[in-house]
Ligand binder design. Sequence first.
Ligand code: ADP
Ligand code: MG
Length: 258
Amino acid sequence: MSTVTDTAPAGSAGTERPVLRMEAVRKTFGGTVVLRDVDLEVAPHTVTALIGASGSGKSTLLRCANLLEEIDDGAIFLDGEDITDPRVDPDAVRRRIGVVFQAYNLFPHMTVLDNITLAPRRVHGVARAEAEERARELLERLGLGGKAGEYPDRLSGGQQQRVAIVRALAGRPRLLLLDEITAALDPELVGEVLGVVRDLKEDGMTMVLATHEMGFARDVADQVCFLDGGIVLERGTPAEVFGAPRQERTRTFLRRIV
Ligand code: ADP
Ligand code: MG
């Protein structure tokens, strides 16, 4: 069965040009600084986990990366291209990035297949037959082979969220941004969605995810960033951040949440 990404894992993750790079990114809302001098590098085929308390800026960081928010200062690069340059077409950038949010946001009046193929057909100009073939392949891969004709309300929350992931993958994104994709799920459904993320990592997908699932972040992430008040206060491998946090605030956060 084909993989979800076009390029196989390089095995040399970290040595290539970053897929995503943020440089001194500053974001304010009505005078309040929400992201302060955020630097971030995401190497190809790696997973970056953003952790931190509610309100620390995780979602805003992801929204800035996808140009859903305009930054006040700094720059963001996708595959080396400055996507915060005003001459860049934000829609073209968003076509290269897949996004999944906490709530599945599927269109209730459309079948699973139509939910998935809508953007490829309308936005990417892919022919219906080709879009549907890709969608069916992805559904199969994510264990939803029989669900193409279903409407979202006939699916469990975990299945809906997996459909949302398929939808995000349908446009063959370079980068996948996942914002607390298990937060709205019943506990027994969390595992199947996290399992999909694990599989995507195996396939070499580059991902940045905000999560409260610390055990998962520890397992799956190559890089963990702890955000505190809009600052990346601490970053490192899971072993470094979870095993030997250097900052008192990180220690306090981890004590509270684990
Ligand atoms: P997290 O995802 O870590 O919970 P957010 O990025 O959602 O954090 O929020 C960071 C801060 O930015 C919070 O103080 C939040 O209230 C504020 N914020 C987020 N979005 C907006 C907005 N559209 N308008 C004003 N303030 C916002
Ligand atoms: Mg958030």
